[in-house]
Design a protein around this ligand. Sequence first.
Ligand code: NAP
Length: 248
Amino acid sequence: MSGIWREILAGLGKSIPEDTGVDADDVPWELYRDLAAACAGRPAVIAQVGQSLDGRIATESGHSHYVNGPESLDHLHRLRAIADAVVVGATTAFLDNPRLTTRRVPGPNPVRVVIDPHGRVPESHALLTEPDAETLLVTSVSRAGLRAHCSVLDTSGGDRRVVPRLLLSTLRARGLRTILIEGGGQTISGFLSEGLIDRLQVSVAPMIIGSGRPGLVLPAIESLDTALRFESRTYPLGKDTLFDCRFS
Ligand SMILES: NC(=O)c1ccc[n+]([C@@H]2O[C@H](COP(=O)([O-])OP(=O)(O)OC[C@H]3O[C@@H](n4cnc5c(N)ncnc54)[C@H](OP(=O)(O)O)[C@@H]3O)[C@@H](O)[C@H]2O)c1
């Protein structure tokens, strides 16, 4: 029976089966307690990015498996278990063909949300074929023949730009209160630049890629006086270092 994790999820109204093993000592449970407390009873947005020391999330060609070690992957899956919905951009969905489930940890799968304005995610990809969880495609392109676990959410106002704030309110109207923005960099940056992220989880790997796709990219500023500053704590995750950044 995993007592701490069960208690944390129970605080969010989520449950796990009884026989799911023992809570390990080397997991930052206080972080998950804190995140769950921050998410309980109010809408919250968590973002996560796994990056190299030089701020890259993938090579130029999009190869990203894996920047981070197994402990960071477990962390990501715990964040998914805490979340009601997980959001990815079309490039991540297209290149990584992710499942966005909690298969590494005990916990419910979140609803999967793909911002795919041009309908780039192929029908054969796991999000569209595997009914582990509901998949919401945010697109104004009509998609015929979707399976029962998939549906289309058209939040665009005519053009194909998805307004992050409107997407969040649409998800909240569906009862999805804790939202995890999982990547990639462009998608997270869109939410961050509009001040919509409450907690940012950055897992830094002791690796230099030296080129490739950047993590966070915000509009240029002239002076460091206007840089984003915030309270943060760090946690070791195997060989990686996790920065838990609080924006609210
Ligand atoms: N290390 C990590 O933690 C991590 C996590 C996730 C992904 N990745 C890697 O990151 C790479 C992809 O990241 P990325 O930054 O290039 O792309 P991305 O964020 O995955 O996807 C960007 C695309 O999503 C759509 N999109 C996102 N926000 C939108 C909005 N507000 N309005 C309209 N469309 C929006 C657009 O699709 P259209 O181009 O169709 O307009 C946009 O070009 C992949 O290589 C993946 O493997 C790494």
